[in-house]
Design a protein around this ligand. Sequence first.
Ligand SMILES: [Zn+2]
Length: 331
Amino acid sequence: MKFRGKKQFKKAIIKHGMVERKLIKFLKNDGTRMIPKCDWPTCTWRCMLSTNSRTSSWQISSFNQEHTCPPRRDNRLVTAKRVAEKYEKFILANPSWILDRMRQTIQEEMFADISIPKLKRAKSIVLQKALDATKGQYKHLYNYQEELLRSNPGSTVVIKRDTDAAGHVFQRMYICLDACKRGFMAGCRKVVGLDGCFFKDATNGELLCAIGRDANNQMHPIAWAVRHHKNNESWDWFCDLLFRDISVEDGLDWGILKAVEKWAPNAEHRNCARHIYANWRKKYKKKKAWQKLFWYCAKAPCMTLFNLAKARLAKHTQEVAKGIMNTDPQH
Ligand SMILES: [Zn+2]
């Protein structure tokens, strides 16, 4: 059997060792020959690859293919790099894969006992590779902006960089596609929902979005932005661009509230009850029993029933009932 070179042969031998669960070591590896042998002392599996002077190719000159050894749990051929290669997709889809479970899976599928540090290394190889793949993508941002504007004329795409930092670091990006803008103006209720959520892992930062409600009461995206750091200034910037886009000149987060007050002073602002509840709950822990009373207050159809519900809550605790008034409920 011929091989293109030692590299191809070595790869084949390692594959054989992993599939057959045997530990193969290389006795000789020089310019003219390569001799892999089974690591088990009494096992006779041995192979020799050498150069052939006639055809100047690498070929097997002797091969004893009988293993008399048991499968090896301590197979050193199962390295962190090889584990990373085999489970790359799975690790990327489940970055929080618990190490003990990972160990069990590898024991079952590759028949090898792997130490925890080795597993950690395998995971970090995969995650680092994914991180490295994102490097350089920011370079294409302006191309992306141009392409968006070319294929969606009338859209607003704004990129802001930190020009003080060396290398002009990315700060934030705002996108409002023309179709989304026109769709909102033409057929949506004049209600804008603002919210932000955080990215995890490689990129960090936050996604801000403005969502409308269409005639079927379904979500209609209007605009979104990506920002690197959380600060009030970027909500301000987002609302400025957004309200210009949807022409609101007369129309749970302090950042959001301040920006909305500034850019749409005459528009009616409302807080989402679920968010009020989430914030309220954070402050007044324990109290699952008060949840029902809170929703009685939130759903009260008139001032009298609201006061009644608040009084019932105040019976349990004055402080919590006052907490409800912090968000300025109105009928
Ligand atoms: Zn063997």
